[in-house]
Design a protein around this ligand. Structure first.
Ligand code: FAQ
Length: 344
């Protein structure tokens, strides 16, 4: 890891913590803050109507909306393979997976709405390029093996991160994560099944899956976020029980679990420095190219433009559905459409 700073429009970790303290004190909220922190320490969930520091709310909206955008944009790389799946069975499974990701986006937008964010603001931020979404979805899916590797590696990485978030202090986010993680477990299995099939297949199939591992390995490690010493949001997120494990801890957990599995399939990892460290009983990787990560999350890659074009077109194409639903809601509220009409 090169240890350089990941640019962020937000303040640094210590600044964010100071800001949180300052705000609470300035508003004479010392007691409320102490009570809020005591509730978190007791393992209680914070619910939408409860008092919370504005920095807690801001951090959650930032994180949950980015997460929602990731699920929505995350449909695109695999969605591109639905029509090209190698069998009807694979096609049906992939279709269901991609549909699940849309559902995850919905739960998460709802969770962010409980904090006062509006759907319009969040979608505007995504489509205008202001909002971030996971780095991983700015890479192209070149072969069918990519679908397997996304399911196996990317969903597995997401599961580790989201299992942690299922214990987070904010009730609606934690509860959304429980269901999402259950579905992600199926996603991982479908990916793993594709990877195992290809790894045991013909020489061309083996080469194809190895090539996919080579391209997705490093971006997957970057998914966990910048190194702990360069993660401006971690301190305040950990203090308030939103994150309970750090970026580096989760990344290391992923590496330790996935490396032996890939080796067992006869696949190699594109890292000449990867080695098992007896002292720490863990796999150590070579340096991660954080410059690439910075470029990717700033959207300075062709795939980002393509993803945003596709999302914008889908949003525009869906305008008539939103208008129809709005018109229906208005007629319903004025009694023109009654419940009995709806039933017949
Ligand atoms: N990509 O201070 P930190 C999935 C940004 S879901 C882009 O360490 P934090 C399911 C970060 O926002 C995948 N940007 O940030 C699926 C911040 O910028 P900001 C998404 C990233 O929040 C599978 C700056 O860098 N999962 O895959 C990334 O403490 C297959 C500094 O970073 C979630 O969103 C990144 N990877 O930790 C779907 C989970 N990492 O906002 C379809 C919820 C960092 O200050 C197919 N989120 N940045 O301007 C989290 O757990 C955390 O937000 C982290 C980052 C761990 C992602």
């Amino acid at each position: 890891m090169d240890g350089t700073t990941i640019d962020s429009p937000e303040t640094s970790a210590s600044d964010a913590e100071k800001l949180a303290h300052f705000e609470a004190r300035a508003a004479g909220d010392d007691e409320k803050l102490a009570y809020f922190e005591a509730r978190i320490a007791r393992g209680e969930k914070i619910e939408p109507g409860d008092w919370m520091p504005s920095e807690y709310r801001r951090q959650l909206i930032r994180m949950i909306s980015q997460h929602a955008h990731s699920e929505i944009v995350g449909q695109l790389p695999e969605g591109a393979w639905i029509t090209r799946a190698p069998s009807l069975r694979r096609k049906m499974i992939l279709l269901a997976k991609v549909q699940d990701e849309a559902g995850h986006g919905e739960y998460l937008y709802h969770a962010a709405e409980t904090l006062g964010a509006t759907r319009e603001e969040m979608l505007e931020a995504l489509l205008s390029g202001k909002a971030k979404y996971s780095n991983i979805f700015n890479y192209p899916t070149l072969t069918w093996a990519d679908v397997g590797v996304i399911g196996y590696l990317v969903d597995f990485a997401a599961i580790l991160n989201q299992t942690m978030l299922a214990h987070c202090s904010y009730g609606p986010y934690a509860r959304a994560m429980v269901r999402i993680c259950m579905e992600e477990n199926f996603h991982k299995k479908q990916g793993q099944d594709i990877v195992i099939t290809l790894a045991r297949g013909t020489l061309r199939q083996k080469a194809m899956v190895q090539d996919a591992i080579n391209r997705w390995w490093w971006p997957t490690l970057m998914m966990f976020g910048p190194p702990d010493n360069d993660s401006p949001n971690s301190a305040v997120l950990i203090r308030w029980g939103i994150k309970t494990r750090t970026n580096d801890e989760l990344r290391q957990d992923f590496i330790d679990k996935i490396v032996p599995e890939l080796h067992a399939l006869g696949l190699t990892i594109p890292d000449p420095k990867l080695h098992y460290d007896q002292a720490s009983s863990s796999w150590k990787t070579g340096p991660i190219q954080w410059d690439e990560f910075r470029q990717v999350i700033r959207g300075r890659v062709p795939c980002n433009q393509e993803r945003m074009q596709v999302r914008t077109r889908a949003h525009e194409d869906g305008a008539w559905v939103r208008e129809a639903m709005q018109a229906y809601a208005e007629r319903y509220s004025t009694g023109v459409v009654s419940t009995s009409n709806e039933e017949h």
